[in-house]
Write a new protein. Structure first.
Length: 159
């Protein structure tokens, strides 16, 4: 689950394993935009990094259009603008398209190359919160890898 500022607020067990977050949920909350533009690990994790960055900038533009006085959002955009030339360039494009579904191509350090479909659903009871749902093609290499990743994360919880 994430908010309009792209803060990841919660993940299920397999989501934490996919994003290499601690099992106890202590780092569920992190800012996805800052991760993409400021964390060197993002380039190894996202095989579609350019697309992901364009989508994130468009989502941040849409968020500022909905709430231009959100101080935390302004702070995130300020941080990205001062620390990433690429972000500044993309921000100047003013893309505000709302990406609700698509494909994610990731490389997990243990599970290898993964391909997901994704959809985002706005929560009607909590405006501004979005649930992200990743799907895999049954019988695919990703489905197999995710079963293994799931079993590893389940084993890690039981120990």
């Amino acid at each position: 689950m994430q908010n309009a500022r792209l803060d990841r607020l919660a993940s299920n067990r397999i989501g934490r394993a996919l994003y290499s977050l601690p099992e106890d949920g202590s780092r569920d909350r992190f800012n996805y935009a800052q991760y993409l533009f400021l964390d060197s690990r993002a380039a190894r994790f996202h095989r579609d990094l350019d697309t992901a960055k364009h989508n994130v900038v468009a989502l941040l533009h849409a968020a500022t259009a909905r709430d231009p006085y959100d101080k935390e959002l302004i702070q995130i955009i300020g941080t990205l603008s001062t620390q990433s030339e690429e972000f500044r360039s993309l921000w100047a494009s003013h893309d505000v398209f709302r990406y609700r579904s698509g494909a994610k191509m990731l490389t997990h350090s243990a599970a290898g190359d993964l391909e997901f479909g994704y959809e985002s659903f706005e929560l009607s009871t909590d405006p501004g919160l979005v649930m992200l749902v990743y799907t895999v093609e049954p019988g695919s290499a990703t489905a197999y890898a995710m079963r293994i990743l799931s079993s590893w994360s389940a084993t890690a919880i039981s120990h």
